[in-house]
Design a protein around this ligand. Structure first.
Ligand code: TRP
Length: 355
């Protein structure tokens, strides 16, 4: 325990929308797994963040349970780490209100993720800069951009700062949120003339974050892209998805440049198969003997080697409500102890004191 105090604090979360896919697994979870022995890790399920996109209540609840089971099945150890659900920590909501007093609506509106989501909510496809006007003009229609979406970065900063986290392992898409977190911490410190908050940084084991491509020939694997392989996919579903992955007509001349959809499959193969396997197919591509069907069969096989054992464990854990609730109760208790300390300090610093 004494040693634990010296470990750097790691904090990361995932929004509870849907299930975990291979992109989450190789991009984030595998990092968490490598960190759990050497750091004081706290991982949580961001159900309050999920509310920003107004999910169906039943689905939200299911999703929280699923992701918890998937975290555990993938190997996150509830003894080594603090695993909790964001909404179980009421201190987060209170500190979110307090921190919002120091956050500008202008800087929030300029955040890339906000602009994206606002555009989606309003059904705007162009990336015109007129988004601000659209948002204000649309406040009364059904397609409103809710205030929670705007203040998403405040809530995320609170998730991080309430733990005084040193490291926040996240993908590239979250860099801007992390930058805002540091900015809010500096602002709080300078306004109250304190050095209370440190500045958390991303963590990637010295390398670039791994980007897992999707099966649709475009960019990265993502829930909203509909191009995912899920850890929970059964054998048949998974094989079907891989066999249907987008390719091209095949190489016509030796050493022809590889098209994006095919390169994506090679990249997936690099991640899940041995190097020998990928080399074999790259060579076959180069000499035009490649058969995409064979390559896909191999790829599906190698993905299944990773996901099937996890799937078995997910199903097992998912059916054990008692265990799941024990894990989150324990996690909440431990996380709340840290959160309560920070909130107490923040209230004190801001001048909220008992009369
Ligand atoms: N915004 C993150 C995502 O969409 C999830 C998240 C919420 C998070 N709070 C966090 C990640 C705090 C790291 C730390 O992926």
């Amino acid at each position: 325990m004494e040693e634990n105090n010296k470990k750097k604090v790691v904090l990361s979360g995932i929004r509870s929308t849907g299930n975990l896919h291979l992109g989450n697994y190789y991009g984030a979870l595998s990092k968490f797994l490598r960190m759990q022995d050497d750091f004081d890790c706290r991982f949580f399920i961001a159900d309050l963040h999920a509310l920003t996109t107004n999910p169906d209540p039943k689905q939200l609840h299911e999703s929280v349970k699923n992701i918890l089971a998937e975290y555990l099945a993938a190997g996150l150890d509830p003894e080594k780490n603090i695993l909790y659900v964001q909404s179980d920590i009421p201190e987060i909501s209170e500190m979110y209100l307090l921190l919002n007093m120091h956050v500008g609506i202008g800087e929030l509106m300029r955040t890339a993720s906000f602009k994206d989501k606002a555009r989606k909510a309003l059904g705007i496809t162009s990336d015109s800069d007129e988004i601000e006007k659209e948002i204000i003009g649309n406040q009364t229609s059904n397609q409103r951009v809710n205030a929670g979406l705007l203040t998403y970065p405040t809530l995320m900063a609170v998730d991080i700062l309430i733990h005084h986290a040193d490291y926040v392992p996240v993908g590239k898409d979250q860099e801007q949120h992390l930058e805002l977190t540091r900015r809010f911490a500096r602002r709080f410190n300078s306004f109250y003339k304190t050095d209370y908050f440190g500045e958390p940084v991303n963590f990637n084991f010295g390398g670039e974050a791994l980007k897992v491509p999707g099966l649709d020939g475009s960019g990265k694997m993502g829930k909203s892209e509909g191009n995912c392989i899920y850890l929970i996919d059964d054998e048949k579903t998974l094989r079907k998805k891989v066999m249907r992955a987008v390719t091209d007509e095949g190489p016509k001349t030796p050493n022809q440049l590889v098209s994006q959809p095919v390169e994506n499959l090679f990249t997936l193969m690099d991640i899940v198969s041995g190097k020998d396997v990928t080399d074999h197919y790259r060579q076959a591509y180069a000499d035009c003997s490649i058969r995409y069907g064979d390559m896909k069969k191999q790829l599906a096989e190698d993905i299944l080697k990773v996901t099937l054992p996890i799937r078995e464990r997910i199903l097992d854990i998912r059916s054990n409500d008692e265990y799941l609730s024990k894990v989150v109760r324990n996690g909440a208790e431990r996380a709340r102890a840290y959160a309560a300390d920070t909130l107490k300090d923040v209230r004190e610093i801001m001048g909220i004191r008992k009369i």
